[in-house]
Write a protein that binds this ligand. Structure first.
Ligand SMILES: Cc1cc2nc3c(=O)[nH]c(=O)nc-3n(C[C@H](O)[C@H](O)[C@H](O)COP(=O)(O)O)c2cc1C
Length: 212
């Protein structure tokens, strides 16, 4: 965890992040490093710490071929990146609640009585939520994970592009997962820039803030 960080300059990480759409095809990120990046992104917060983010890593020629027709106008990222990360939300993430909370107790991070109070509360609520609410919850959590992953990638010396332009109704099934359970959130390309991302502008804080 955090052992392969190459850039620890927070200001550079956030100011220098750009959506990169064309990557150096000679750069391959190892499975070990992608696992580290995913683990570091998983330090993101989530509703009841249920961590509903799931990732399909597409980094083989076969996987990329399968993904290409689903990526609409985003095929350059697919074809040149080291990997395409399909970020999903698991609407049954409450199935992991006991494991997560038991581990917290075992590791001395949560008192047993807090676990014994919270687990039944969570389990009486989340499984019964309507599908739209479950979808909304996991999309928020998986989006926080995605943002963290993009910054972690920068710290590892890589670039990313978040994408919503893909066939949302087909992508989960295409990779052999249950599309009733897993909700597509976004796709992130990751690799080293061949062509730098262009600079973009932001509204100023007064335009986006309500003070009361
Ligand atoms: C949810 C989301 C969906 C996006 N979808 C696409 C996309 O399909 N294709 C693309 O090239 N860029 C996509 N973008 C990238 C935006 O265009 C980009 O973030 C924005 O213009 C700001 O530029 P920057 O990322 O370089 O700061 C998406 C960004 C977000 C957050």
């Amino acid at each position: 965890m955090l052992e392969r960080i190459q850039n620890n300059d927070f200001s550079d990480i956030i100011k220098g992040r750009r959506s990169v759409r064309q990557y150096d095809e000679s750069i391959k990120i190892s499975k070990e490093e992608l696992n580290e990046i995913i683990a570091e992104a998983s330090l993101a917060p989530s509703s009841a710490n249920m961590q509903p983010w799931r990732v399909i890593v597409v980094n083989t020629p076969e996987g990329k071929n399968k993904l290409r027709p689903l990526m609409r106008f985003n095929t350059l990222q697919n074809d040149t990146s080291s990997a395409m990360l399909i970020i999903l939300g698991d609407t049954q993430s409450y199935l992991n609640v006991e494991e997560i909370y038991d581990a917290a107790v075992q590791q001395g991070k949560m008192p047993q009585d807090v676990r014994d109070k919270q687990v039944p509360q969570i389990m009486s609520m989340y499984p019964e939520l309507p599908k739209e609410i479950k979808t909304e919850v996991v999309k928020i959590d998986a989006s926080l994970f995605s943002m963290q992953l993009m910054l972690v990638a920068r710290a590892h010396g890589y670039d990313t592009n978040p994408m919503a332009g893909f066939e949302q109704d087909q992508i989960v099934k295409a990779f052999d997962l249950d599309d009733e359970r897993y909700v597509p959130v976004m796709v992130l390309s990751i690799g080293k820039a061949e062509v730098e991302g262009y600079e973009t502008v932001r509204l100023n804080s007064e335009q986006i803030t309500f003070w009361r």
